[in-house]
Design a protein around this ligand. Structure first.
Ligand code: DQA
Length: 148
């Protein structure tokens, strides 16, 4: 068992608008509701959670640098940074904890060729895409399974 028992859940730009943003693509669940789902499961697992969202690439990197090391794992929805942020990819590669990349929508079923590329995914253990808010919980189950 990891002695830290701390999970980081990071959310990138525009995810603060979940619930009203393009509901036909992202559904109607708000980020606050996702946080409540994550918190409830974390409580069952005995984990503390640092759950945050930012629209700013540098702030996302600052927080991950600060909070990632020593965490039992990171669940990250990098949002649009997924598709072009080599700075975020480098940051994730530098943090030696298990990382799961989550997307609410199925990137591979979306219009726009750029969405089918993730520059950050190579830094993750794996990626969950298209399972809506459940993706966050499934990522936690993976991290629980590999937690040492
Ligand atoms: C997203 C998919 C990204 O392409 C998009 O830029 C987002 C959200 C998702 O959760 O489906 O902002 O990461």
């Amino acid at each position: 068992m990891n002695s830290t028992r701390r999970l980081v859940v990071a959310n990138g730009p525009n995810l603060n608008l979940l619930g009203t943003r393009e509901p036909e693509i992202y559904g109607r669940t708000t980020l606050a509701e996702i946080q409540a789902m994550v918190d409830a499961r974390a409580a069952e697992l005995g984990w503390s959670v640092s759950f945050f969202q930012t629209n700013h690439e540098g702030e996302l990197i600052d927080r991950l640098q600060r909070e990632g090391p020593g965490a039992l794992g990171i669940v990250i929805n990098p949002a649009a940074f997924t598709h072009y942020s080599y700075a975020l990819m480098d940051c994730l590669r530098a943090i030696r904890v298990p990382i799961v990349e989550v997307h609410i929508s199925n990137l591979f079923a979306r219009a726009g060729a750029f969405r089918q590329q993730s520059v950050t995914a190579p830094a993750a253990a794996g990626i969950i895409s298209g399972l809506g808010p459940h993706g966050y919980l499934l990522a936690m189950e993976y991290l629980n399974a590999v937690d040492e």
